[in-house]
Design a protein around this ligand. Structure first.
Ligand SMILES: [Zn+2]
Length: 290
C-alpha cells in the first residue's frame, strides 16, 4: 500500500514540480524527521536554511508514518536529516523519491548499538549528539560548499553547548551516590551507557511495548530494594504505569524527557534540546543523589 502511495506521490510531484517557481526563497530547504533532528539541522543551517519537521509536535515519532502530503514536503527538500531506526519509513520514502536527488543524512548511522543491541535513542547522549551534529554539518558543506564556513561556525557554536552538557553528565556520573534510575520507556540507554549509569525501564524501546504485570512487580521490588526516592515519567507517553509504581513504593515522580518531540507546553515555552537536557540533568542529579 505504501509503495503504491509513494508511486502516486512521485508522479504528482513531477507534475507539480514543473510549474513551481523558485523565486520565493533562496534558502536551502531541509527536511528533518522529528524534533531533535530538526533542532540540530536548524542550529547548523542558521539563516541559510529553512527546516521542515515531518513528525508534528506532540506526536510520538515511534509510530508515525508519512502521509502523501508529508512525502510531497520531503520531495521538496534538498537535504533530509534523520536519526535512523525510529524512521522505519525513511528508506522506502527516499527510494520512491530517488529522482529528486535528496541528500539524505542518517545522523545516527553507526552509533546505534549498545552491547550489540540496537537502541535508536542516539540523540539523548550529548556525546553522540555531537557526532550526529558533525555528520549533519558535513552534509551541508557538501550540498552548499559556498557557505561551508558558515555551517562550520554554527556547528562549532552548537557543539560547545553540547560539550557543556557532556561535561555536566560526566561530573554527575562521577559524583552520584546511586547509578540506577527508572524511566517510562527505554529511551536513555545511550545516555546510561556513555556516562556509566544504569537505566531500568518500565516499557521497552518503543513506548507501546507494554510491560507485563510481572515486569511491574519486579520494578516495584527494585525501587524498594534500592530505596529509590524518585522515578521518571516523560512528556509524550502515558504516565499510568509510572503512577502505579509510585503509589506502590512511595517514590516521587520527576520528568525525564527523551526529547522525541515537544508537547504543547514545551512549544509555548520555546523549549530546546539544550534546555530540555539541562532539565533532565537537573532531575537526574536529584534522583541519583537521594
Ligand atoms: Zn523512544
Amino acid at each position: 500500500m505504501l509503495k503504491k502511495l509513494l508511486l502516486f506521490m512521485l508522479t504528482t510531484l513531477f507534475i507539480l514540480g514543473c510549474g513551481s517557481d523558485k523565486s520565493s526563497s533562496d534558502k536551502i530547504k531541509a527536511a528533518a524527521s522529528f524534533y531533535p533532528m530538526a533542532e540540530f539541522t536548524r542550529a547548523i543551517g542558521g539563516d541559510l536554511v529553512v527546516v521542515d519537521t515531518l513528525v508534528p509536535d506532540g506526536v510520538e515519532p515511534h509510530d508515525w508514518d508519512p502521509s502523501p502530503r508529508d512525502l510531497t514536503r520531503l520531495g521538496k527538500s534538498k537535504i533530509f536529516v534523520y536519526n535512523g531506526h525510529i524512521e522505519s519509513w525513511a528508506e522506502s520514502a527516499l527510494d520512491a523519491l530517488s529522482e529528486r536527488k535528496i541528500t539524505a543524512v542518517e545522523a545516527g548511522h553507526g552509533l546505534d548499538k549498545i552491547n550489540g543491541r540496537i537502541d535508536p535513542h542516539i540523540w539523548i547522549s550529548p556525546a553522540k549528539a555531537l557526532i550526529e551534529v558533525n555528520k549533519i554539518t558535513e552534509a551541508f558543506c557538501k550540498v552548499d560548499p559556498q557557505h561551508a564556513d558558515n555551517y562550520k561556525q554554527n556547528s562549532l557554536k552548537y557543539s560547545q553547548e553540547l560539550q557543556k552538557l557532556d561535561a555536566e553528565l560526566k561530573e554527575l556520573s562521577k559524583t552520584a551516590k546511586n547509578k540506577k534510575f527508572i524511566t517510562a520507556h527505554a529511551a536513555f540507554g545511550h545516555l546510561a551507557a556513555d556516562y556509566g549509569l544504569e537505566q531500568l525501564a518500565i516499557a521497552g524501546i518503543s513506548p507501546e511495548a507494554e510491560p507485563t504485570p510481572k515486569d511491574l512487580q519486579r520494578l516495584v521490588r527494585l525501587v524498594k530494594q534500592e530505596k529509590l526516592k524518585y522515578i521518571f515519567m516523560e512528556t509524550l507517553a502515558s504516565p499510568k504505569l509510572t503512577e502505579l509504581i509510585s503509589k506502590e513504593t512511595g517514590a516521587k515522580i520527576l520528568v525525564l524527557d527523551p526529547i522525541e518531540g515537544l508537547d504543547e507546553e514545551g512549544r509555548k515555552e520555546k523549549l530546546t534540546y539544550i534546555k530540555l537536557m539541562q532539565n533532565n540533568i537537573k532531575n537526574l542529579r536529584l534522583a541519583l543523589n537521594e
